[in-house]
Design a protein around this ligand. Structure first.
Ligand code: GDG
Length: 443
C-alpha cells in the first residue's frame, strides 16, 4: 500500500540555473501542511513542477531528478497554464469560493482546458496506482479527478481535500458547470473540508444540484457511499515551536532586534491575493496612525507579500494598489529614523520567517475569506518566552479554533484600528493566558 498525493503543484519547484535544473521547496499552505504529514507508508506525489519546458530531453532530465524523491511531474503547456490554472482555477473557481462574485470570469476555453488537464493528471497518475493504494487528491484545481480515477480504478481508495472555502449554495449555483464539478468530486470515498460550514454548504449543493440526500455525513450513491467530513488542517506544531531556539534562527532574531531597537512590530504575511484583505489591513493601520500620533515612531508594520499568480490581471492590479497604499502611508508618516511600513514583496527562507514570528509583538491575519490560514497557527506555535497577540479575521477558517485571538470583521477598518490599540495595550499576563489556550489547541 502506498499513498499517492495528487496536487496541482508538487511540494517542490524546478528552477533553471545556468544550464541545469535545481529543485527548490514551494511556498503555500498546501505544501506546508502536507509536507508535515508523518506516515510509514511509501508516499508519492503527482503534480506540476512549476516550470515550462518543451524540450523532451529536458523533460526527461527533470523527471529523473524528481523521481528520486518519489515525485512525478505533469508537464503543462503555456496555454494549459493560462486556461486551466490562471483561468478556470484562479479566475473562476477561486473568486467563486471566496465570495468575490463580480470577479468570476466565465470562458468556454477555461472550462474546456480544465477538463482536459484533469484528464491529463489522471492519465499521468494511473501507471502508479495499484488497487490497495490510497489516492489523495488535493484542492479545487482537480475537482474532476476523483471521478476520472474511479472510472479506471473502481476499487481504489480515493480522498479529496478542499483547501479553500466551499461557498453557500446561493453562490455556488451560479457556476455553469456546477453539476459536472460535483459529480467529479463524488468519485471520492471521502471528501474533506476545513470547517463544518464548508461541509454544510457542500451537502446543500449536492442536494439542490444533484437531488442527492445526505444522511448525516454520508451520501448514498447507487453502488457506494461517499463520506463528507470536516478536518481543520493543522501545522507541524513542534517544528514551529522549537525553531526559534535553533542557533541559526536565534542569530537572525538577535540581528533583527538590534536593527529594530525597541519598536513594536506588527507582522503580516500573505501570498499576494485579494482574498487576504491586504488593502483593508493597510487602511486600518493608516487610520490607526492618523488617530494615534502617540504611537508614531514606536510601532511599525512589517508586511510580507509573497509573489503569487501575478500573471492574472486581478493580482497584478492588486500589487499596484498595495504599492500605492504603502507609498502613501510611508510618504505621510515616515521620519528619518522611522518607517511605518516595512514592505517585502518576496518570499523568505523558513529560518527568517520564524525569526520574524518570534520577534513580532502582534500578528495581523485579516483575510476577507480564507479556507483556514496557517500563518495564524504558525505565529502562535513559534511563540516561546515572548508572548504575542493575534488579530484574526472571523472570515478565516482558523477563527473557529482560535477564539482567544482578537477576532475582527476584516471589512470594518475601524474595528481593525481598535484591535491594534487593544493589542498594543494588552497586559503581558492576558497575552500569556490567551496564547497558552491557543497553543494548547493547535499543538
Ligand atoms: C491555502 C488556503 C489554507 C508564506 N510566506 C512565506 C512562507 N509562507 C507559507 C506560510 C504558510 C503558507 O505559506 C501559507 O498558508 P496559508 O494557509 O496562510 O495560505 P494559502 O497559501 O492561501 O493556502 C488556506 C491552506 O491552503 C491549507 O489548506 O489554510 O486557507 O488559501 O505555511 O508559512 N513560507 C516561507 N517564506 C515565506 O515568505 N518559507
Amino acid at each position: 500500500m502506498k499513498i499517492l498525493i495528487i496536487a496541482n503543484r508538487l511540494p517542490v519547484k524546478i528552477e533553471r540555473e545556468e544550464d541545469s535544473f535545481v529543485v527548490k521547496r514551494s511556498e503555500g499552505g498546501l505544501a506546508t501542511g502536507l509536507g508535515s504529514l508523518e506516515t510509514d507508508a511509501e508516499m508519492h506525489w503527482v503534480g506540476w513542477p512549476g516550470i515550462h519546458v518543451d524540450d523532451e530531453n529536458e523533460k526527461q532530465e527533470i523527471t529523473e531528478k524528481l523521481n528520486e524523491l518519489n515525485y512525478h511531474p505533469v508537464f503543462l503547456s503555456d496555454e494549459q497554464i493560462e486556461n486551466y490554472y490562471e483561468g478556470y482555477s484562479n479566475s473562476t473557481i477561486w473568486p467563486l469560493c471566496h465570495y468575490f462574485f463580480s470577479f468570476i470570469q466565465y470562458k468556454a476555453e477555461y472550462w474546456e482546458t480544465y477538463r482536459q488537464v484533469n484528464a491529463l493528471f489522471c492519465e499521468k497518475a494511473l501507471p502508479f496506482i495499484e488497487d490497495d493504494d490510497i489516492i489523495w487528491v488535493q484542492d479545487y484545481q482537480l475537482m474532476l479527478l476523483p471521478k476520472k480515477i474511479r472510472e479506471k480504478k473502481p476499487k481504489v481508495n480515493i480522498g479529496y481535500f478542499h483547501h479553500i472555502p466551499f461557498p453557500s449554495y446561493e453562490l455556488f449555483r451560479v457556476l455553469p458547470e456546477r453539476e459536472e464539478v460535483l459529480e467529479g468530486l463524488l468519485g471520492a470515498d471521502l471528501i474533506g473540508f476545513h470547517t463544518h460550514d464548508y461541509m454544510r454548504h457542500f451537502i446543500s449543493a449536492i442536494y439542490r444540484v444533484l437531488g442527492l440526500n445526505c444522511n448525516l455525513d454520508e451520501i448514498s450513491l447507487k453502488d457506494r457511499i461517499v463520506h463528507v467530513d470536516a478536518f481543520p488542517m493543522g501545522i507541524n506544531y513542534e517544528q514551529y515551536h522549537q525553531a526559534p531556539s535553533l542557533p541559526d534562527v536565534r542569530k537572525i532574531s538577535e540581528r533583527l532586534i538590534g536593527e529594530l531597537g525597541n519598536q513594536t512590530i506588527i507582522l503580516s504575511v500573505d501570498r499576494l491575493d485579494y482574498s487576504k484583505g491586504i488593502l483593508h489591513r493597510l487602511n486600518g493601520f493608516a487610520n490607526f496612525l492618523e488617530h494615534h500620533p502617540e504611537y508614531h515612531k514606536k510601532v511599525s508594520l512589517a508586511m510580507i507579500v509573497v509573489p503569487s499568480r501575478d500573471a492574472v490581471d486581478r493580482y497584478a492590479d492588486l500589487k499596484i494598489q498595495i504599492d500605492q497604499s504603502i507609498g502613501k502611508i510611508n510618504g505621510i508618516y515616515s521620519t528619518l529614523g522611522w518607517t511605518p511600513v516595512y514592505y517585502f514583496y518576496q518570499s523568505f527562507p523558513f529560518n527568517e520567517l520564524v525569526a520574524l514570528y518570534d520577534i513580532a509583538d502582534i500578528a495581523m491575519v485579516t483575510p476577507l475569506r480564507d479556507g483556514m490560514n496557517l500563518v495564524a497557527k504558525e505565529y502562535l506555535a513559534s511563540k516561546r518566552e515572548k508572548p504575542g497577540v493575534l488579530i484574526l479575521s472571523e472570515m478565516a477558517g482558523a477563527a473557529i479554533e482560535l477564539t482567544d485571538a482578537i477576532v475582527i470583521n476584516p471589512n470594518d477598518t475601524q474595528e481593525i484600528e481598535a484591535a491594534i490599540l487593544q493589542a498594543l495595550t494588552m497586559s503581558k499576563k492576558e497575552q500569556r493566558v490567551r496564547l497558552n489556550n491557543m497553543q494548547k489547541r493547535i499543538s
